[in-house]
Design a protein around this ligand. Structure first.
Ligand SMILES: Nc1ncnc2c1ncn2[C@@H]1O[C@H](COP(=O)(O)OP(=O)(O)O)[C@@H](O)[C@H]1O
Ligand SMILES: [Mg+2]
Length: 273
């Protein structure tokens, strides 16, 4: 296996109102091609900052990010443009991520117009295909964002992220804003799409069940530092770091599940799918 995404000694300091926030403090990890790497940690621990830095949406203070062996942190925006189509991002708040004035068809077509030569019938066919891939009926194409539920909006967000057939998807809490019943459907969809598109995922969540369900590898963030990285099933059941233990113990246990049975909540979710 080789790393599709490599983050090396990443540091990110935000300067806000004349004081500095060291949001990421020397973080390194690898996401192997074809796997899902889960980043877990409480709010404010730096997960979204890592997502933005990994895709070079914001400048790094120091450190490097490699995509497929290329140091993208050193690339100019112009050189970066040819790589952008290989990278996709799914955001936490699906409604805010969509332009309220664009129809579903226009929203999904947008990345294709920017990054590909598809126009006319070819463009239209690819949009139809994407709608089908994310489980939306063709008659959603003419709808506006305000006519969509949260789950439907996130499906459009996923279609946009997939439009250019990227190799890597960064998903920043893609189900946190959705109803619990819809969360399971969207997670299931993401599982299917990973296989169908041969994708690699960097999945960010504060929900250990999401990480357990989807991820091969898990990393635990605390105050801008990665305190533990390893095989997800190991990290989330028998962690080496006391902070990870605290996170696991702080998770609410599903009613009827035994506290000692650490897989029961994930199992419950899986059967709900
Ligand atoms: N644009 C910003 N300007 C200043 N500080 C920020 C900015 N974005 C995030 N932060 C701070 O950086 C830290 C990490 O935030 P974030 O990456 O959003 O964490 P998470 O996604 O884990 O909740 C927090 O202390 C947050 O307040
Ligand atoms: Mg966040």
């Amino acid at each position: 296996m080789s790393a599709l995404l490599s983050v090396r000694n990443l540091v990110k300091v935000y300067s806000a109102h004349r004081h500095e926030v060291r949001a990421i403090d020397d973080v390194s990890f690898d996401v192997e091609e074809g796997t899902t790497f889960g980043l877990v940690g409480e709010s404010g621990s730096g997960k979204s900052t890592i997502a933005r830095c990994a895709l070079k949406l914001i400048p790094l203070t120091s450190g490097e990010t490699f995509f497929d062996g290329n140091d993208i942190s050193a690339l100019s925006e112009k050189r970066m443009r040819s790589i952008r189509s290989q990278l996709g991002m799914v955001f936490q708040n699906p409604v805010a991520a969509l332009n309220p004035r664009l129809s579903v068809r226009e929203s999904i077509a947008e990345p294709l117009l920017t990054h590909t030569d598809l126009r006319g019938r070819g463009l239209s066919r690819r949009v139809d295909e994407l709608l089908d891939d994310v489980g939306l009926d063709a008659n959603f194409a003419s709808r506006l964002p305000h006519q969509l539920s949260g789950g439907q909006s996130q499906r459009v967000g996923i279609a946009r992220a997939l439009a250019t057939r990227p190799r890597l998807l960064v998903l920043d809490e893609p189900t946190s804003a959705l109803d619990v019943s819809v969360q399971a459907q969207v997670l299931n969809l993401l599982q299917d799409l990973r296989a169908q598109y041969g994708l690699t995922y960097l999945m960010i969540s504060h929900d250990l069940d999401v990480i357990r369900y989807l991820c091969d590898t898990a990393g635990v963030m605390r105050n801008g530092k990665l305190v533990e990285v390893g095989v997800a099933s190991h990290v989330l059941t028998t962690p080496d770091h006391p902070y990870t233990r605290q996170l696991i113990d702080a998770m609410p246990v599903a009613p009827g599940a035994k506290a000692s049975d650490s897989d029961s909540a994930a199992e419950k979710q899986r059967t709900a799918l």
